[in-house]
Design a protein around this ligand. Structure first.
Ligand code: FHN
Length: 484
């Protein structure tokens, strides 16, 4: 009997330890010990269909935050609002009814969707995420489910349609940003509804939300996905079954639809990653204004990073304070993203007249000029399987197999260290901006090379193409492992 008890406790211990050890590897797929979930992840590992393949190869995207908040531009009665401009309605000093009447002034005379799209195209963006409705609840499309829309502004016309058409026309895929938080809509509340009245009221809000989402997919049939935000409230987190069912409805309406990890929580209130540590949705949407530093951080999932130019301003703020990122910093973030299998999405906040501010226009141009020469190292590229070196980032094209060295720091020696996987050697090396001119390399250890550059300084990051070969060149050297 004692032996039986001992065997049972060993068995239980093994089960518990397995559960704990698996939980330490969120994103690990298949064959894992897991808790049965009805509303957790519905697929393990990456989605491999053509739509998702297109998504993961974008490399660079544009985010646009545009709504009523662009009118005050971070100021109210001459006072500077220190938060993110699109949150100004939540500032004690600005009365809600004043904000909620701003739509009567929305008449962006300088708005030209074709100019926005042309600029995004020149920058090299392959997709755009546009705020259809931010937390304030104002809709830039003529929704039939509320009066708080573009249709009731002096501008009247469907701004969203103008944007979708313009971006479609230049071949930039459109994704619709939608905030579940809606400060304007009756029935919305942040806390979990408790009383019967609150519950009934929140049900109307849920129906409203579902209707608006279905309306968006119906009215804008070319949109490739929904980019959700404002899903952290306790009220929404508690809607696992409803959100899961809505998720299925939306996906059934648009086969191939792409939805990230922010939309719905599982039945235990876990967001982004479910109770078993598996990614909910098609890609990880948690990289906002921050980046992973190594491949392990992304757990084998697809992901995007959304980034602001100043520290935290998404909507138009007329007075940016603090550090303003340069195009070189942004290009580096994009290179890092590509090197770790992610997309980089740069935010723009047009002003109340519909104009993109000069600082953003300048950055877009500089990034675009760089991309015109070097896009090959970003588009369709991902993790190269090589150890990161101090000079910059490796990427590898999933289409051609070519490897790229995106160089940001040249060592004073003018030599870059490159370590290839065993069995590979360098076949040829050249700069993307000087394709006819070959670079030389020297093997300094087994599969380890020094690539010699002409100069020890450059004003901009540049790309070296590395074509490797499995035909190992005969080396005169015998490398011996040290006996220690
Ligand atoms: O609160 C919003 C914020 O205003 C902005 O829209 C960003 C963009 O990802 N999302 C929320 C914060 O995570």
């Amino acid at each position: 009997m004692n032996k039986l008890k001992q065997a049972i406790s060993i068995f239980l211990w093994v089960i518990v330890s397995l559960q704990v050890s698996m939980a330490q590897f969120p994103g690990a797929s298949a064959q894992r010990v897991s808790v049965a979930l009805e509303h957790g992840a519905h697929h393990l590992g990456k989605r491999m269909d053509p739509q998702m393949d297109t998504w993961r190869n974008y490399g660079l995207g544009q985010f646009i935050h545009w709504g009523l908040y662009a009118i005050p531009g971070g100021h109210w009665q001459g006072k500077y609002y220190p938060g993110a401009a699109e949150w100004i309605r939540s500032w004690d000093q600005m009365p809600h009814d004043v904000y909620d009447n701003l739509y009567k002034q929305f008449d962006p005379k300088k708005f030209n969707a074709k100019e926005w799209a042309a600029q995004a195209k020149q920058m090299g963006a392959r997709y755009v995420i546009i705020t259809t409705k931010h937390h304030d609840g104002f809709c830039i499309w003529p929704s039939q489910y509320t009066d708080y829309t573009i249709a009731n502004t002096p501008y009247k016309k469907d701004v969203l349609k103008e944007i979708v058409d313009a971006y479609d026309a230049v071949g930039i895929d459109v994704y619709l940003y939608f905030s579940i938080i809606d400060w304007h809509q009756p029935g919305y509340q942040a806390d979990e509804p408790k009383t019967t009245t609150e519950k009934a009221s929140y049900e109307t809000f849920k129906a409203f939300t579902a209707n608006q989402l279905k309306e968006l997919l119906t009215n804008y049939p070319s949109a490739k996905g929904l980019w959700f935000d404002g899903t952290w409230d306790a009220s929404w987190v508690a809607q696992a079954a409803f959100a899961d069912s809505l998720d299925s409805t939306l996906r059934a309406m648009r086969p191939g639809l792409i939805i990230g990890s922010r939309f719905r929580a599982d039945e235990n209130g876990k967001r982004h990653f479910d109770t078993n540590g598996d990614l909910i949705g098609d890609y990880e949407q948690g990289w906002e204004r921050k980046l992973p530093s190594k491949i392990e951080d992304v757990h084998g999932n697809d992901w995007d990073c959304v980034m602001t130019v100043p520290e935290n301003q998404w909507g138009y703020h007329s007075e940016w304070r603090g550090h303003i990122k340069t195009s070189t910093e942004l290009i580096e973030m994009m290179a890092l993203s590509a090197s770790l299998d992610g997309n980089f999405v740069l935010n723009f906040g047009p002003d109340g007249q519909g104009q993109i501010r000069q600082e953003e226009t300048k950055l877009a141009k500089e990034i675009g000029d760089w991309m015109a020469v070097n896009h090959e190292a970003i588009y369709d590229c991902g993790y190269a399987g090589l150890q990161k070196q101090d000079w910059g980032y490796f990427t590898k094209s999933g289409k051609t197999g070519k490897m790229y060295l995106i160089v940001f720091n040249i060592p004073v020696s003018g030599q870059l260290k490159v370590k290839l996987p065993s069995g590979q050697s360098i076949a040829q090396l050249y700069r993307l901006d000087q394709p006819g001119k070959k670079l030389s390399s020297e093997e300094i250890h087994k599969n380890e090379y020094l690539v010699t550059l002409d100069k020890t300084a450059e004003s901009k990051p540049f790309v070296i193409v590395l074509e490797s070969s499995s035909q190992k060149k005969e080396s005169a050297m015998q490398y011996e492992k040290a006996r220690t």
